[in-house]
Each structure stands twice: as structure tokens, then as C-alpha cells.
Design a protein around this ligand. Structure first.
Ligand SMILES: C[S@@+](CC[C@H](N)C(=O)[O-])C[C@H]1O[C@@H](n2cnc3c(N)ncnc32)[C@H](O)[C@@H]1O
Length: 450
């Protein structure tokens, strides 16, 4: 690069311009303009399933390229100090979600003085004003007059009725508290906390904490937040990403650790030929039965779903299903426990059964990995690679994935995994890797029995 060569910058602005035109075109195709941050209605394209592929890609490019442009142009010290202050934002988000400030601002486009909000929420007025100013500075809430705040498009996602707010509060509460102890547990692990930051922060392991008097309500919030997380990351794209329509009629899928089964319910509604066995812990299966009786009674009446409690560490799931679908489970556990779960699944498989692990698959940040994949004649792994000069994994455009990996480490001593790590886990458990299917922010990793 010559001393006058600014092509790395103009390439980024070129990507941004092109992607913005794509976004305008996609909104234009449905006869709408892109909503401003002051718009309160949710608008179209709220979840990944509703988004045309060109829009999804354009948003990812804009997020990645804008961040890379700012980091390239601003002085590095300025960037790094900003980054080190980023934890202040979730601390403020927790205050406003716990105090239900967005609910108090509902239907008040003229805004409400922070002093009034503080008195209704039982908070200090001056402190709440400063919290709202920081958030408004980052485009969540609008300061309509000095000290008077109103909702905007972003703060509407923090309404207590929106499940995304439950996940925001979990990350801003349990996760942020744990992160604060990360370096301490890494450099000075103690037997008491097993090197797990959440345990050092609270004295409990993550799921035990939710059984304590102080943790019960947070446990309910976590369960709601999981649904909000699934919506944002597009878990129901599983219905489109895998060739279900080319499967024989009346295939049976065993949903291993399926929770309430909301993802498999979406899949069954999209592909009514599928039958399901939902397996989870007894108390979860009991709740799941009630959930299905309300949301999809037809599946129960037509016996297209069975509810079977089990412990995936002790028992094999129901034998002989065509698919064993394991969604969002393995990232909760270290390798040894994952192996145990997969070996139990392997015991139940017939020769033609397949395992589908539906989870976050971490990508390398170096381009050579992808060059190698492109050059290979093996078509089992075809991943989308970002255009240069972006990072090949889309950088900040896919930061949720890497943030989740850290949260899993701090909360549970667990992890999101790379594809080679999944393949190795499979091999140790008697499973041969077949193919990776991209499905929004998560992937489907398919295995057959050895
Ligand atoms: C993160 S949730 C994933 C739920 C669902 N598959 C999804 O993606 O929404 C993990 C699930 O594993 C279940 N689980 C945890 N320990 C288990 C065990 N020992 N046996 C069976 N299921 C278990 C939990 O009850 C929970 O439903």
C-alpha cells in the first residue's frame, strides 16, 4: 500500500453504499421506506425468517463495515477506551428493564420527565437521568426536551411484554456479574468456584442459582429470554435450511433436550408429515405437554407428538428414530458431558438415523481457513465468506455469536464450538460428519453413525 493509498477505506465505504442501496430496494419492494429510529411500530422484517437473503446480507455488511471504518479512522487510544467502557451500557440497560421504564413511557410520544419516571420506579432522579442520557446517546430512548425522555424503535424492544427484553436483562445481570470475575478465576482458580466466574460471583452454579429464593424470578426470566434469543437469531430457519421435503413421509424426529419444543413445533407446522418424540427432564416435559395442548393440540390429537421424560446423561433416547435433533444443548456443557450425551444418542440410532446438531458454529477470523475450504472439492462445508476488506467471518456483523461464546464460558464453563471441534466430538461418540447447513446465525451439523 503506497502512502497515498486509501483503497482500504474507499472499499469499506463502497460496501456500505452498495449494501444501503440493497436495503432501500428490499423495503421498496414491499412499498415502504426504512423506518427511522423514532418510529415506534415494529415494522417489517423483525426476525430472520421474514428477511429476504439480500437484506440479511446487507445488514451484516453494514454492521461489519461501519464498525471497521470507525476503528480504522478514529485514533486507536480513543477506540480502545470506548471499548473498555462498553460494559456501562448493559449496566444501564438492566436498570431500565428492571424498573420497566419503557413500559412507563408507552403511548407517551411527548416524553416523561426522568424525575417523574424515577419517582414512579422508586429510583434516584439524578442517577436515572444520567442512565437515560447514556442510553439515548447510544440511540436507545430519545431525549425530547432536557431531562424528558421518550421511547424509540430500540427501547420498544425493552418492553416487559417483549421476550427480547428478558434476554437483554439476563446478559446485563447474571452474565455481566460473571464477566467481572473472568480474569480472577482464570488466573487464580479456586476449588470453591471450579474456575467458573458465575460461581465466584454468586456462590452457586448457574442452574442451581435459579432454584434459590433470590434466583427463582431470574430463572423465569431466563426461560422467556431463551425464546427471545431464538427469535433474534432465527432458530426456526431450521425448517428451511435442511431438505425436509425430500425426506420420506412420516419420518420421526427425536428432539433431544427439546425444552418446550417450540422450535420443533415450528418445523412440524411447516412440514406436517413429520412426527416428533420430545425428550427432556420430567418437569420440563410436564410443562411442554401443557404448552402443546394450548399451542398445537392437533399434533397431540393426531398422535404426531409423544412426550418422553429422560436424563440424557443416564438414558438413551427412544430407539430407532430417523433423526435425533439436538438444538442449543451441547453449548451448555464441557466436552466430557457432550460426549456422554452423544454416546447415549448413538446407542438409540438405527443405521439410517441421522443426528442434527443445531447450534452456534464458531468461524475462524483468518481468511486462509476459507481459502482452503473454497479450494477443496469436498462440498460438505460451504460457508458464506464476507467480501474483503471485511473480516472473513463478518466481524462485528456476527458479534452475537462470539459474545454468546464468552457468556457460556463465564456462566457455565461451557462453549460454542468450531466445526472441527464438533467433528471431533462426533468421532469420539461414534458419529461420522456428513454436512454443514447454514441457518442464519446458527448452523445444522449433520452426522450419521459409524
Ligand atoms: C438451552 S435449553 C435448549 C432447549 C431447546 N432445545 C431449544 O433450543 O430451545 C437446554 C435443554 O436441556 C435440558 N436438559 C438439561 N439437562 C438435562 C438432562 N440431564 N436430561 C435431559 N434434558 C436436560 C434442559 O431442560 C433444557 O430444556
Amino acid at each position: 500500500m503506497s502512502s497515498f493509498d486509501n483503497t482500504h477505506i474507499t472499499a469499506l465505504t463502497g460496501l456500505i453504499n452498495k449494501a444501503v442501496q440493497d436495503v432501500i430496494a428490499e423495503y421498496g419492494a414491499i412499498g415502504q421506506a426504512i423506518p427511522s429510529l423514532d418510529t415506534l411500530e415494529p415494522g417489517p422484517f423483525q426476525v430472520p425468517e421474514e428477511m429476504p437473503a439480500r437484506l440479511t446480507k446487507a445488514i451484516q455488511i453494514i454492521e461489519a463495515a461501519c464498525a471497521q471504518l470507525c476503528y480504522s479512522i478514529a485514533p486507536p487510544g480513543h477506540v480502545m477506551i470506548n471499548k473498555s467502557l462498553e460494559h456501562e451500557e448493559p449496566a444501564c440497560l438492566l436498570v431500565v428493564t428492571e424498573a420497566r421504564i419503557p413500559d412507563l413511557l408507552l403511548n407517551k410520544p411527548e416524553g416523561v420527565p426522568a424525575s417523574e419516571l424515577a419517582s414512579r420506579a422508586g429510583l434516584d432522579a439524578s442517577k436515572l437521568t444520567r442512565v437515560l442520557r447514556l442510553l439515548a446517546t447510544k440511540h436507545c430512548f430519545t431525549e425530547v426536551k432536557p431531562g424528558v425522555f421518550a421511547n424509540n424503535r430500540l427501547s420498544m424492544k425493552l418492553l416487559s411484554s417483549d421476550l427480547v427484553s428478558s434476554m437483554v436483562a439476563m446478559f446485563a445481570d447474571e452474565s455481566l456479574k460473571a464477566s467481572a470475575y473472568f480474569n480472577d478465576t482464570l488466573t487464580d482458580p479456586s476449588e470453591m468456584d471450579g474456575g467458573i466466574p458465575f460461581r465466584r460471583a454468586t456462590g452457586y452454579s448457574f442452574f442451581d442459582y435459579y432454584q434459590t429464593p433470590q434466583g427463582l424470578k431470574k430463572g423465569e426470566r431466563f426461560a422467556k429470554g431463551m425464546i427471545g434469543w431464538g427469535d433474534v437469531t432465527g432458530k426456526s430457519l431450521v425448517a428451511k435450511a435442511y431438505p425436509w421435503t425430500s425426506q420420506p413421509a412420516d419420518i420421526t424426529i427425536c428432539d433431544v433436550g427439546g425444552g418446550h419444543g417450540n422450535i420443533i413445533m415450528g418445523l412440524m407446522k411447516a412440514h406436517p408429515h413429520i412426527k416428533t418424540v420430545l425428550q427432556d427432564q420430567p418437569q420440563v416435559i410436564e410443562m411442554a405437554h401443557k404448552f402443546w395442548a394450548e399451542e398445537h393440540p392437533e399434533a397431540i390429537e393426531k398422535e404426531r407428538i409423544k412426550f418422553v421424560p429422560f436424563d440424557f446423561f443416564k438414558d438413551a433416547p427412544i430407539e430407532g428414530c430417523d433423526f435425533y435433533y439436538i438444538c442449543g444443548v451441547l453449548h451448555d456443557w464441557p466436552d466430557a458431558e457432550c460426549e456422554l450425551i452423544l454416546k447415549n444418542v448413538r446407542k438409540a440410532m438405527k443405521p439410517s438415523s441421522r443426528v442434527i446438531i443445531h447450534d452456534t458454529v464458531i468461524r475462524d477470523v483468518v481468511r486462509s481457513t476459507y481459502d482452503h475450504l473454497k479450494a477443496s472439492s469436498d462440498k460438505s462445508v460451504q460457508v458464506d465468506v464476507a467480501p474483503e476488506p471485511l473480516l472473513p467471518n463478518y466481524g462485528v456483523g456476527c458479534i452475537r455469536t462470539y459474545g454468546l461464546d464468552m457468556a457460556l464460558m463465564h456462566l457455565l464453563n461451557a462453549q460454542a464450538r468450531t466445526l472441527p471441534e464438533y467433528i471431533e466430538l462426533g468421532e469420539k461418540s461414534g458419529l461420522r460428519f456428513e454436512k454443514l447447513y447454514e441457518a442464519g446465525e446458527t448452523d445444522l451439523v449433520e452426522f450419521t453413525p459409524f
